[in-house]
Design a protein around this ligand. Sequence first.
Ligand SMILES: C[S@@+](CC[C@H](N)C(=O)[O-])C[C@H]1O[C@@H](n2cnc3c(N)ncnc32)[C@H](O)[C@@H]1O
Length: 206
Amino acid sequence: MPRNDAPDGTAGSERNQRKGRAHDVFPSSRARHLDSRLRWILYRPDRLADRYIKPGDKILDFGCGPGFFTREFAKNTGETGTVIAVDLQEEMLSLLMKNLEPEGLMPRIVTHQCKPDSLGLSPEWDGRIDVAFAIFVVHEVPDASKLFREISSLLVPRGLLFIAEPPFVVSGKEFRSTVEKAMDAGLAKVEDRLYFLNRAALLRKP
Ligand SMILES: C[S@@+](CC[C@H](N)C(=O)[O-])C[C@H]1O[C@@H](n2cnc3c(N)ncnc32)[C@H](O)[C@@H]1O
């Protein structure tokens, strides 16, 4: 196990954090740790979906991994909504499809493999996303400011961005800096919250 591993399986890098660089990318070889019963009990992704997602919504799940949160988001959007599941690693998107296909959820999901420094969704999605989630991923992104600018363009007016980061990997100072970058991209902070033990914030496009 890497030295900085957190209980939820998230890996970090103290050296990169000190130098202000992105942390290591969570390897797809460890994806099963992201879809565990323990995580379900701790994070209750169904309650997170109930809080923010209504039928027909268009949702962005940025850094979706093998689909632990995507699954519940897609249940809540219903057949009239869409979840855009974005990840850097093709293997994560393959696992997501393998996991969610048997549940009949794939018709509600669009998968997209992005580049490390660019979300790169088609402009047809500009101004159409109701809620964007970036859960346990922003610390792995090399240019968070650029990511937030892209997300801001994708959101509808009054659209929401929910960010969560693991406290064992991301310090309070680093998280505050992350939220400031999102605000610099034109989003207004609605609230800071704790998401189980994790640092989280909700932002809104004006
Ligand atoms: C710790 S996992 C979290 C996965 C999921 N959000 C969850 O909590 O179950 C981080 C995920 O973000 C993805 N990721 C890392 N850097 C990324 C980037 N620059 N763009 C998109 N995805 C990225 C990784 O491939 C990995 O699937």
